[in-house]
Design a binder for this molecule. Sequence first.
Ligand SMILES: Cc1cc2nc3c(=O)[nH]c(=O)nc-3n(C[C@H](O)[C@H](O)[C@H](O)COP(=O)(O)O)c2cc1C
Length: 380
Amino acid sequence: MIISAPTDYRQAAKRRLPPFLFHYADGGSYAERTLRRNVEDLADIGLRQRVLKDMSSLSLETELFGEKLSMPVALAPVGLTGMYAKRGEVQAARAATKKGIPFTLSTVSVCPIAEVAGAVERPIWFQLYVLKDRGFMKHVLERAKEAGVKTLVFTVDMPVPGARYRDAHSGMSGKHGPMRRVLQAAMHPLWAWDVGLNGRPHDLGNVSDYRGQPTELEDYIAWLGDNFDPAISWKDLEWIREFWDGPMIIKGILDPEDARDAVRFGADGIVVSNHGGRQLDGVPSTARALPAIADAVKGDLKILADSGVRNGLDVVRMIAMGADTALIGRAFIYALATSGESGVSHLLELFEKEMRVAMTLTGARSIADLTQDSLVSEAW
Ligand SMILES: Cc1cc2nc3c(=O)[nH]c(=O)nc-3n(C[C@H](O)[C@H](O)[C@H](O)COP(=O)(O)O)c2cc1C
């Protein structure tokens, strides 16, 4: 299949992946309304065309926590990335590093921290969940420090997991899941060879490292379910603030009051996010939530935003609405599943090209020039 647009990767990934994996990434929670709105509301943000402004020199570069980024984009933490391509976290981290942007490793990655950090020159970011087992949290934070991680992304919008009904339908979870997954893998030989056979071990690398025994995919959902902690509050984050010297970003903020609390807590950044519509269905899209949050805390900490970013124009929209950097989740997973590192590299090239066109035609020579003024206020 010919890939010419970033969104072409979704269809290509659908062909290549066993359905349980495609739907695990593609799906959201409950009726998936927030998932759809993330994409639609963002695409509905109108850009303000400006012309004849000599746009011959243009820079997408930006700086975040003392790091140079070639463009205001980072790869979001995505659990089980290593099931989408052989040692998928390593491949995606390589593509991000070559492009000059950060890669964020999920707590529940297939490849452990040391494997990914050891494969790239640029320090990776690490994402941590708040878990009941504080021993595990300390253990991974120590591993992250040893591996040279500086930036910690602390995800707080999962005190309980949201219901993802697609997973039960697709065989990712539920009765007969294991048998259905084996059958689906057998019918997708490219994936079965690349990842099923050659991408082993398929376990949660960081968890196995802590437990000293393999934590198979089979245990994944159960482990997550047992370990998420509904008792979490800002107080619980204090020891991490003390333990962690580097920048700390709180991921999963959707309300200006929580954003102000993050400032009071002393966070270096927030990710305005609804977890890609995978947690509470019915919460606003980030496109709707971001402007009020930016009004409340812009300048007090760095604002990152995700959920619904599918192309370079969406990044420009997020930045113009007040984000300093956008994270991309599913978009890079589809590219990784289709053609590994080269797929992610190609996707990032496409993002950059699209951003350049959007900046040229909105009269923004630098990322700082992208503001509310780059948008049209009325729906288009
Ligand atoms: C398959 C999948 C797994 C994810 N795993 C994690 C995770 O382990 N930790 C986390 O903080 N967010 C996780 N997320 C959420 C992403 O970091 C990000 O917020 C989301 O994908 C953004 O929405 P988008 O996919 O529409 O770009 C996951 C998302 C997907 C699609």
